[in-house]
Design a protein around this ligand. Structure first.
Ligand code: ATP
Length: 378
């Protein structure tokens, strides 16, 4: 249930009463609080409010980050989406999405689902200049947090060697969620020293060979892919490298039973389209086939061994925080996400930082493997 303060606020913002009630009835609206600042988040979309939209108690609206269309056949996808229009090609950085915004004098980092993330909020000023929000309180910085020490992902891009980094890829208006033009964003990022995703330049559909070369290089370097955007940010599409498809499968197969089957199928599909589009054959084809098979099977078999010898399916991750209390807030935050984690270790690493080691256990995957290993028949 949403309190009357938020009900009135949402009605004032144009959400019809009927929609509000339906949304509430199916749990699509959740009220939350972060260090004394109240907010509601949209778990579903509703009339002008995208999924992931956050409305704060002071009336600030931060629109949900929209879905980006994916192409799996690069050449035809580009023709279809961009036609004759040029588009910027940026790196798709492998991390988690954050929207950074100022509310009631505080700078907060929101997750894709619309939670204020205690970890990212605590760390965000390590990466971006506060000055930006003094000059542009009405803008939202959208970027990817990526690196080996991430609370949400087990891996980061190869060039972030330690800790975590912020990479800006969009600047949007509060309220509408409208993106500012790409070139304006590049300029603002430069001016305020905000780190941004790598921009590979302006391309068009006649430059498909250059794009193939770029994808091949990114794949070789263990990078995730590209996002293509018209300068006005109205048309956007993403494409991932064969490396990323196989690597995601490798990461996922350790926790095979915890992921929907579609997770694996989608990535196999994308890889197959890459192999077909690039007409990969012979030895190179065999290498991909071997890599895919290994990615799918090896970590899966390893977790079976782990459970068969009495262990559990689990993941360990480390993050750096300034206050140990932030680590405890993350445990609570994960509980709200329905995820069980616990703190394994807290270490003072100097310069005002603590390294926290978390362990995430997968009780369902563990039980399922244990039962099958013990001979469960069905
Ligand atoms: P959706 O399909 O809804 O876009 P998803 O999580 O399934 O979400 P992803 O494959 O993760 O899709 O790709 C979209 C995400 O890529 C964005 O939400 C954003 O966090 C991330 N991203 C990384 N780099 C960029 C970039 N340069 N431009 C836009 N998004 C980027």
């Amino acid at each position: 249930m949403v309190s009357s303060i938020f009900r009135n606020l949402l009605l004032k913002l144009g959400l019809p009463e009927g929609r509000l009630e339906v949304l509430e009835g199916k749990g699509g609206l959740m009220e939350d609080e972060f260090e004394g600042i109240g907010y509601v988040r949209f778990r579903d979309s509703a009339r002008g409010f995208r999924r992931g939209t956050v409305v704060f108690e002071d009336g600030t609206v931060v629109a949900g980050f929209p879905h980006i269309k994916r192409v799996v056949q690069l050449e035809n996808g580009i023709r279809r989406i961009f036609r004759r229009r040029p588009f910027y090609v940026e790196e798709k950085v492998d991390g988690y999405n954050v929207r950074v915004v100022t509310v009631k004098g505080r700078i907060l980092a929101l997750t894709r689902g619309g939670f204020v993330c205690p970890f990212t909020t605590e760390r965000i000023l390590d990466f971006i200049n506060e000055e930006f929000f003094r000059d542009y309180p009405n803008l939202v910085l959208v970027g990817e947090m990526a690196g080996p020490e991430s609370p949400y992902l087990v891996e980061g891009p190869p060039y972030v060697e330690e800790d975590i980094q912020f990479f800006l890829f969009d600047i949007q208006e509060k309220g509408t969620g409208r993106s500012i033009p790409a070139e304006e964003r590049y300029k603002l990022a430069e001016e305020y020293g905000i780190p941004q995703v790598e921009v590979f330049g302006l391309y068009d559909r006649s430059m498909i060979e250059e794009l193939y070369d770029l994808i091949e290089r990114l794949s070789r370097e263990g990078r995730e892919g590209i996002v293509m955007k018209t300068p006005d940010m109205r048309k956007i599409a993403k494409y991932v490298t064969p490396y990323a498809n196989i690597n995601d499968i490798k990461i996922g197969s350790r926790i095979f039973f915890d992921l929907p089957h579609g997770y694996f199928m989608q990535r196999i599909k994308r890889l197959a389209f890459y192999l077909a589009e690039k007409r990969v054959r012979g030895e190179e084809f065999d290498e991909y086939a071997r890599a895919l098979g290994k990615a799918l099977l090896r970590p899966f078999v390893e977790s079976i061994h782990e459970v068969a010898s009495g262990g559990e399916v689990e993941e360990t991750f480390k993050v750096r925080v300034k206050n140990v209390s932030t680590a405890h807030k993350m445990v609570t935050h994960f509980e709200r996400l329905g995820v069980k984690i616990h703190i394994e270790d807290i270490e003072d690493i100097g310069n005002g930082y603590w390294r926290i080691t978390f362990k995430r256990v997968y009780p369902d995957a563990t039980r399922e493997i244990r039962e099958l290993w013990n001979g469960l028949a069905f």
